[in-house]
Design a protein around this ligand. Structure first.
Ligand SMILES: C[S@@+](CC[C@H](N)C(=O)[O-])C[C@H]1O[C@@H](n2cnc3c(N)ncnc32)[C@H](O)[C@@H]1O
Length: 259
């Protein structure tokens, strides 16, 4: 027999497939944004970016592609992680240098938006996909965010940003794609793989320490988080509300990366 939960699951996964399939590069309508909020977060209002809940996004001229609706960090998550980073920075020595904050896989830019507001600094962000870049550029203009958005591969952005401070912070959230299977999320199979991204960051900083924030879910495969961060110091893991009705919940991890 099929219960209401099974029906909810089926709707969620069917809509998710559409957001990552035929709606992948389509700007969602107000109705579709509310449907995404209902199915992913239980309530349309919980799906909120740049401080704007889904029911108000269309009238605020927020443009979100199907793929970004699935991939983005909502306000509740981004704000909780930005608060944790602020606390963490206070524990690190103030070397008197200007703090540099970098979002290597910008997507919606909502994580950068909250980091800029909480940490009181401009954020340097890279987005490679031209459609995502264009929608995000438009949205960040609407909300007057303190983000320098670059239409670049993350490696090219890293090449422009040598180390400044030990508190320099990089947000790492590459597309998961085939890295997420029923066995869980394998961070060595994201595109690009997380260990390769961390090597790129180390290289760009000539080994100077920095802080890394990374989003995962709570279903990690093959111990791939620990294996990716071998030699780094785990600072904190944050599991923000709301918990999700379908699929795995989100976790965010902070590390200090050394050479
Ligand atoms: C999982 S999403 C990031 C979501 C984002 N944190 C947010 O809150 O919306 C990954 C993003 O990285 C972009 N991307 C993929 N490869 C990239 C690369 N080599 N350099 C820069 N951006 C890349 C994708 O187009 C996608 O928008």
């Amino acid at each position: 027999m099929t219960g209401p939960t099974d029906v909810g699951h089926a709707h969620y996964f069917a809509f998710r497939d559409r957001l990552l399939g035929d709606l992948r590069t389509t700007i969602l309508t107000g109705e579709q944004l509310c449907e995404a909020g209902r199915l992913i977060y239980r309530r349309p209002e919980a799906f909120s970016l740049y401080g704007i809940p889904a029911p108000r996004m269309a009238s605020a001229d927020i443009r979100l592609l199907g793929r970004t609706a699935i991939e983005c960090c909502i306000d509740d998550y981004a704000a909780a992680v930005a608060d944790a980073l602020l606390d963490q920075h206070a524990l690190l020595p103030d070397d008197g240098e200007q703090l540099q904050v970098v979002d290597l896989f910008c997507g919606s830019g909502n994580f950068s938006h909250h980091l800029a507001a909480r940490l009181g600094t401009r954020v340097q962000a890279a987005e490679l996909d031209p459609d995502v870049y264009e929608a995000t550029r438009h949205n960040l203009e609407q909300v007057e965010s303190a983000i320098d958005l670059h239409h670049l591969d993350y490696r090219d952005l890293l090449g422009k940003l040598p180390a400044q401070s030990e508190r320099d912070t990089y947000f790492v959230e590459p597309p998961w794609g085939p890295a997420f299977t029923p066995a869980g999320l394998d961070l060595t199979r994201t595109s690009p793989p997380v260990p390769a991204i961390l090597d790129d960051i180390r290289r760009s900083r000539a080994g100077h320490p920095c802080v890394i924030a990374i989003k995962t879910n709570d279903h990690i495969a093959h111990d791939s988080l620990n294996r990716s961060f071998t030699g780094a110091r785990h600072l904190r893991t944050i599991t923000p509300e709301p918990a999700l009705p379908h699929g795995a919940n989100m976790d965010f991890h902070l590390y200090q990366l050394t050479s």
